[in-house]
Design a protein around this ligand. Structure first.
Ligand SMILES: [Zn+2]
Ligand SMILES: [Zn+2]
Length: 306
């Protein structure tokens, strides 16, 4: 019961924080972005910011992104200063942005023969014109990416928090234990002859195979969760001088970690006891190398509890 209350104490503020993030900060960022972007394009910033923030499911933002294409910014191709369609020269660097009448400076089109304002004939070609550029609008893609990424990141964060919370509960409880026993003393101490025979048969079945580890696992149902007993054989790793052992409860179930060193000793067994909701996964490493473990579920407890 105590683990349940610990969970809700940690998870509840996290959920509220995530909700605030989604409901508060993200629309605020969108509003500020749209306001500034719209103002720069000569659109009504306040109106579009309100549309982007208050039309639900980001539809307002998407409409804004589609509409603003018609108001795309022009830039001086020489100095990149923002310029307007009707400018004949760049106000910052003085680059000639479009042809103009040499007589009255009125903007003219390249194919016009006569200035419409002062009726002067216009020269054929003007070589010094550097037309403004319309920078490619990549923001739509970026915004869509962010819209997709934010929920994905939030889900990943939630999973991370849940996993961290359940793992920390295990660290407090420590519901797993490990013992080591040689084949000889196992058969000496195993009083149940049927179990002894079954274990002998099991050992015969993998004799000589040094690729895999093997485990016999027994599930003991209890009111407060199950207890799992596993008799584990790891080839070449008997009597390991250093043993790393632990259990972690993640979102995808319980994992028992058994880290051993290679000793060349094939004559011993590891006895594992674990409290978990579902049968734990055995992660066995020898000298840091993960080795596959074949788990056989049995209806007797093969472990000798000392
Ligand atoms: Zn310029
Ligand atoms: Zn003119």
């Amino acid at each position: 019961m105590s683990t349940m209350s610990t969970n809700s104490f940690i998870v509840l503020p996290m959920v509220i924080l995530l909700a605030l993030l989604v409901c508060g900060i993200i629309p605020l960022l969108i509003g500020v972005y749209v306001y500034r972007d719209a103002e720069r394009r000569g659109m009504n910033g306040l109106l579009w910011a309100l549309v982007a923030v208050f039309v639900p499911s980001l539809i307002g933002l998407i409409i804004y992104l589609l509409v603003r294409g018609n108001y795309s910014e022009l830039k001086c191709s020489r100095c990149h200063a923002p310029v307007k369609e009707e400018y004949t020269v760049c106000p910052r660097c003085g680059a000639k942005l479009r042809p103009s009448c040499p007589n009255c400076s009125a903007p003219v089109e390249p194919d016009w023969k006569v200035c419409p304002r002062c009726a002067q004939p216009l020269p054929e070609v003007e070589n010094d014109v550097v037309p403004p550029v319309r920078p490619k609008d990549r923001t739509l893609g970026k915004v869509l990416l962010v819209i997709i990424l934010i929920p994905v990141l939030l889900i990943a964060l939630a999973i991370f928090i849940l996993t961290a919370v359940t793992s920390s509960n295990v660290a407090n409880g420590g519901p797993a234990s490990l013992g080591q026993i040689s084949f000889d003393s196992y058969f000496e101490k195993q009083e149940d002859s049927e179990i002894r025979e079954a274990v002998e048969k099991w050992i015969d079945s993998f004799a000589g195979n040094t690729e895999h580890a093997y485990a016999l696992m027994y599930e003991e149902a209890g009111d407060d969760g199950n207890t799992y007993y596993a008799l584990v054989y790891v080839p070449g790793a008997g009597d390991s001088p250093s043993i790393g052992f632990g259990q972690s409860n993640g979102l995808w179930g319980t994992t028992l970690r058994l880290e051993l060193e290679h000793t060349g000793n094939n004559g011993s067994l590891y006895c594992v006891k674990s409290s978990a909701k579902h049968a734990p996964d055995l992660k066995i490493t020898v000298d840091g190398q993960k080795i596959k473990c074949d788990i056989t579920m049995v209806d007797f407890n093969p472990v000798i509890v000392e």
